[in-house]
Design a binder for this molecule. Sequence first.
Ligand SMILES: Nc1ncnc2c1ncn2[C@@H]1O[C@H](COP(=O)(O)OP(=O)(O)OP(=O)(O)O)[C@@H](O)[C@H]1O
Ligand SMILES: [Mg+2]
Length: 257
Amino acid sequence: MSTPAVDCRGVSVRFINERRTVTALEDVSFQVEPGGFTSLLGPSGCGKSTLLRVVADLIAPSEGRMSVLGSTPEEARKARALGFVFQDAALLPWRTALENVELPLEVGGRRSLPAGAATPRELLALVGLEGWEGSYPHELSGGMRQRVSIARALLGGPRLLLMDEPFGALDELTRDRLNAELRRIWAATGATILFVTHSVYEAVFLAEQVLVLSANPGRVAALETIALPKDRSLAIRDTAEFVGIASRLRGHLGSVH
Ligand SMILES: Nc1ncnc2c1ncn2[C@@H]1O[C@H](COP(=O)(O)OP(=O)(O)OP(=O)(O)O)[C@@H](O)[C@H]1O
Ligand SMILES: [Mg+2]
């Protein structure tokens, strides 16, 4: 097997302050295939964001080992191999959509894109925002703002895209549409995606693999391969196969308290 994009082995994270010690993650192990799409599913507070932060080199594990793209999270971050999308689009209000996508070129000291990388304009087209380049964030809907933040995260062609409940604040129809779009974007870019969500439906529809975490402390409750066809439309959620997988995962979620 080729080197996993994410290789997490026995990772624990403890937050210690003067009042208490919180074990956010305990002995978490899993692998993500290169080019794979993995959803992290679990109740609030089970350590999903913490796990993503360990991958992104924002937190060091208290125990265990995290490898990202065959090296340390720090090396992957320094190589600019990671893209990050948060729940809040976090756009700069005084910059246009295009200028927001260009932002990473101005911060962190690198001015030019790697050879062959998609341009900011091309990335906006990829996320369905052709013609909106000159619009300011307040002129865009919540879904459109999230598309801009996805385009920004894709700048420079990251090999691993980390997404922390990017559609959590959107209405259901917009979320559905963006779920379908994200599958298309994933196929078009070939990036590996690690996607955090509370939603069983979203987790199953998007991913090739779902990691279910339990809470207090965050442990692996299940790791399931999603054997659905690669080419998925939203209608797949009504199939017996999909409903079966979703109810099994819900069972894992229900058994973890
Ligand atoms: N910087 C920190 N300092 C102390 N405790 C923290 C810190 N970050 C997270 N925690 C604790 O770690 C646990 C896991 O938090 P985390 O944000 O990873 O959960 P989550 O699964 O992302 O939850 P949600 O779905 O609500 O976003 C929580 O108990 C939280 O209080
Ligand atoms: Mg979180």
